[in-house]
Write a protein that binds this ligand. Structure first.
Ligand code: LLP
Length: 439
């Protein structure tokens, strides 16, 4: 069994996280429950920053808040000195609500609405990562109207495929994201921004995928971009201040996953980018990265209570929990794999192989297939590891199931940072059929 971060097993054979007995957490907050190990998040943040500091390379490590956005997590990453990547008005609103320093916020998205761009300009975000011509033109006209300048990065598609699940590839040529580097679109976008009095191009951004275990993709992308930047320097006198290589650093969900450490990813980027800039006689740019999953993914554990069981003789043993695809859609969506233990008796002999079913009316709502466990019974607590990224963030109310609460744990203390959704919350926006419409 692999224990992440501060997780341990106490004398009673219970799983502990952040010095808190998970059985006690369940008594206090109920299930399903997301538990985040604050110390693990902090140490990851420090690991990502460490190599930049060691090599004296100017940098920004921006937390990709799509992985898990809430006021408390943004406050935590701010305390660790990180910047922030937001991709929607909602994520920007959360950043503002958390009082995140807005000059450290980078605004992403492939279809930002006019309203969202205005919101970003009103807040004076640190930069807008411009994704396409529609946005580029709209942003220019909005800035012109307001007589406001804005820092931008141009998101480019460098034509590099990261080796990962198809659904989460974003760097290849046939992608909905970014200006293509090869076919001249990126250059056209640069020209437009250089001509604009209001757009201040700081540099270039790319993101080549997610759950990446090697450095080769990042290095290839950086090299392709730097080659282009060297041409642009000669042609347009454009010198990039910033090279943003995106996020996508992998984590260990199961034994099959073999991620590098944050230090290893970052060090390789620094070494290769400095070599290449030297070769091309370019100044070393600031290096920005955007880890999401690798900051919060394995810091999150979901606790469930086991309910019903169905044994199909000689075929399968189904064990159902009180959550499922509503709090973790990744198995249904990506066939994602997870490890889990019985939190109330971690050390008992694993004498059965069972499959963990969610409670939704959907055959595909299965969290884990063929999991060895010590004969799970009703009222046992199942702890599923590594649910901290894209778990709560992608949670939904299918079957009108309320979203679970989130607690942060550290040094034996727990604090509630997102409340459990109530049934009243579920109907809050509903209107009766005869009610007078407010619009
Ligand atoms: N930057 C950009 C521009 C991105 O599009 C993403 C993720 C990130 C950074 C952060 O990537 P990370 O470090 O978290 O891998 N829902 C999927 C993941 C989608 C990722 C989308 N973009 C999942 O559950 O695996």
């Amino acid at each position: 069994m692999y224990l992440h971060g501060t997780a341990s097993i106490n004398d009673e054979g219970h799983l502990e996280i952040g010095g808190c007995d998970t059985v006690e957490l369940v008594k206090k907050y109920g299930t399903p429950l997301y538990v985040y190990d604050m110390e693990l998040i902090k140490s990851r943040a420090r690991s990502f920053k460490k190599m930049f500091e060691k090599y004296g390379v100017k940098s920004q490590v921006a937390y990709a808040s799509k992985a898990f956005s809430s006021i408390a997590i943004l406050q935590l990453v701010h305390e660790e000195g990180l910047s922030l990547d937001v991709v929607s008005g909602g994520e920007l609103y959360t950043a503002a609500a958390a009082k995140f320093p807005i000059d450290k916020v980078h605004f992403h998205g492939n279809n930002k609405s006019e309203e969202e761009l205005v919101m970003a300009l009103d807040h004076k975000v640190g930069c807008i990562v411009v994704d396409n011509f529609h946005e580029l033109h709209m942003l220019h006209y909005l800035c012109q109207k307001r007589k406001q300048t804005v820092n931008i990065l141009l998101r480019v598609t460098p034509g590099i495929e990261a080796h990962t699940h198809d659904y989460i590839l974003t760097g290849q040529e046939d992608s909905k994201f970014g200006f293509d580097l090869e076919n001249g679109q990126a250059e056209m976008a640069l020209n437009f921004s250089l001509d604009s009095e209001y757009l201040s191009p700081l540099g270039v951004h790319c993101h080549i995928g997610s759950q990446i275990f090697e450095t080769i993709g990042f290095v290839m992308a950086a090299k392709k971009i730097l080659e282009k930047l060297s041409l642009w320097k000669n042609e347009y006198d454009f010198i990039t201040e910033v090279l943003n290589l995106g996020g996508g650093f992998g984590i260990r969900y199961t034994n099959d996953d073999t991620p590098l450490s944050p230090e290893q990813y970052v060090e390789k980027m620094i070494i290769e980018v400095s070599k290449e800039t030297e070769r091309l006689s370019l100044p070393m740019p600031e290096l920005w990265i955007e880890p999401g999953r690798s900051l919060v993914g394995d810091a999150g554990t979901t606790l469930y209570t086991i309910g019903s069981r169905k044994d199909v003789p000689n075929i399968r043993k189904y064990v159902a929990v009180d959550g499922g695809m509503t709090d973790n859609i990744r198995p249904a969506l990506y066939d994602a794999k997870y490890e889990a233990v019985l939190a109330n008796r971690v050390l008992d002999q694993q004498d059965e192989v069972v499959s963990i079913a969610g409670k939704c009316c959907e055959s595909g709502d299965m969290l884990i297939w063929d999991l060895p466990l010590p004969s799970p019974d009703k009222e046992d607590i199942l702890a599923v590891f590594c649910t901290g990224a894209y778990g709560y963030a992608m949670a939904n109310n299918y079957n009108r199931i309320p979203r679970p609460p989130v607690v942060f744990v550290e040094k034996g203390e727990s604090r509630l940072v997102i409340k459990r959704e109530s049934y009243e919350d579920l109907v809050r926006l509903d209107m009766s059929i005869n009610e007078k419409s407010p619009i």
